[in-house]
Write a protein of this length. Sequence first.
Length: 666
Amino acid sequence: MRRTDAAAVRAAGIAVVLCSVVGAVALVRHVDWDRSSSSAALISIPLVVAALCSPLFFGGSVSAPNDTASLAVRLAEAVTHQWAEEAQVRSLHDPYPLPLDLVAADSRLFVPWAALEQLGTGKGKRRGASRGAGPRGARSLAELLDADRTPASVFRAIPTRRLVVLGAPGSGKSTLVLQLVLDLLATRRDRDPVPVIVGAAGWNPAQEGLTEWLHQVLCRDYPFLAVRTEGGRTRFEVLLEADRLLPVVDGLDEMAEGLRTSTLRKINDYLRRPGRQIVVTCRTSEFRNASRPRGREVTLSGAAGVGIRPLDGAVVADYLESSSEGPARAFDWREVRAALRETPPPPLALALRTPLMASMAREVYNPVGPALDADLPDPADLLDPEKFPEVADLEAHLLDACVRAAYRGGGEGRRGASKTGAERAEQWLIHLAHHQQTRLNGATDIRWWQFDQAIPYALRVFLGAFIGGVNAGLSGRSPDPARGIGWQQGQFLRRFAYLIAFWTLVGALTPVPMPLAVLLGVGVGVVSGVVVATRGDPVELPTAVSPTGVLATDRRAFWLLGVLFGAFAGVLLGGAVGLTLGIRQGLVFGIAAWVFAAAALGMGKTAWGWFTYARWWWFLRRRMPLRVIRFLRDAHRRGVLRQVGAVWQFRHVDLQRRLAARHVER
């Protein structure tokens, strides 16, 4: 809001306060009321003044300085901390990252290298050479990739710095972009954009462009970006205008098939501004279908495409042996090593060509910290043609076994780990995956504030009408978690004035006494005005958040809005009715007002109340533990889930789909 607009609203608010006070005093002095009615009016005056003045003088958004360089540094530090921790949880360096070999993708899906040079400078000169970012004389993407280079150096050598990473399922696309982001941050210079990873599955391009979606996701994951600067823009907008953001859109293939082509078009709309950079990951076949729909061509503007080669058998064998607990255990992999060299390759060799399956084989057959008396599984079992005649059989086995291996030993020695049994945890994860695949249409983001979607619609309506959150109950839409408490002054003033006029009209046209009608108008106007005027507001929260951090902030807002304001509404309305009609009636009306106001605000403005319903619903039906957040946090520590900002995800979409399919089998 501009300064002039804010001043006008404040002036209007002060005028309303003064008119309300003068009107109440005039009623007390000139209307022949009994003593209790006069007392009620007098008592209501300071309550109204306090309620109206506090938002007018203390509400509003936080203003912050417009320092682009400092904001970029702060965001870079937050992203580095977030993804360095996640890389450790995912055990990407245990024992070492699998080497990923990049090759040029199908040239028919991308613009020629010469066109990238032209787009990068506008003059046909190589941008990389002028910046010192790439090898001098590189005349094609293939020539660039032939050099032994890191993902960050390859990206910087692309003239436009727009990259698409393609690969088969489990080929390591997400791992590659994680390494890319950490490398770019480690070598970042002052004016370089800050890379930020966002999952594509949560974006609906039919409803919003890339800019709007980035604003929503990044302000949720990094709340300080939502704070408005002195110029009225959010910090996100400041960084975007200065080209200090590098979106890394991970998992285009995880979107609904019908949305992928429109997603590419929306990305092209975003890239119309010169200088904007981007990274996109997708499965190869899905990207080909999206960029060449029904004989048409949708080419990502100014982007180079790279693919990830399957892992070499010798590389996989070295990786599995080096992660063994000792030379004797490494020797147990000798038959697997021999099979990885066979021609034609057996199903095991084909399955272990992807980093996902290779890492799962390590976790299952090279367990970390098992009991000394526990029997270790034999890697040679993977070569059994009767158990695993096809590649799909091996992949399903490893997906199932990795979950059980994660809970081997109950989690002793893990800080904060729960002693959840492997079988019970597996059943809970199966139910969660089924919920994501069915109720949420295959969404990969596990958002605790959407757990209420598991509650049947009829029960949602009943809970919304009987306890609170009527709008959320009827619409079926999950409320977004609150990041703070904001104030919309215009909404409050309009609702307050409307209800004052309405109840005055009631007093004039009905047998309701005018004193009571006026008091009800003031009381209901204040209560209803606060209900419609409060909203989640971006405030100075921690730089980056986790799912548990979002939950804690939303829970605080729930109690503040529900309990404190509910008490205020009960005292205000109950006191007015009690002094007018009697103590007993006032007590009943006050309690009812307290419950209604607390429910309307707590359930309507935050997500914690509906989440509480959902976890009890799941617990009573034995689908989830009551302490579901603790269980999910523990699953993340064990590597079954991964964390992407304020949400969790299964470590791979194939794991989610496999677990969901097993729910049908039970």
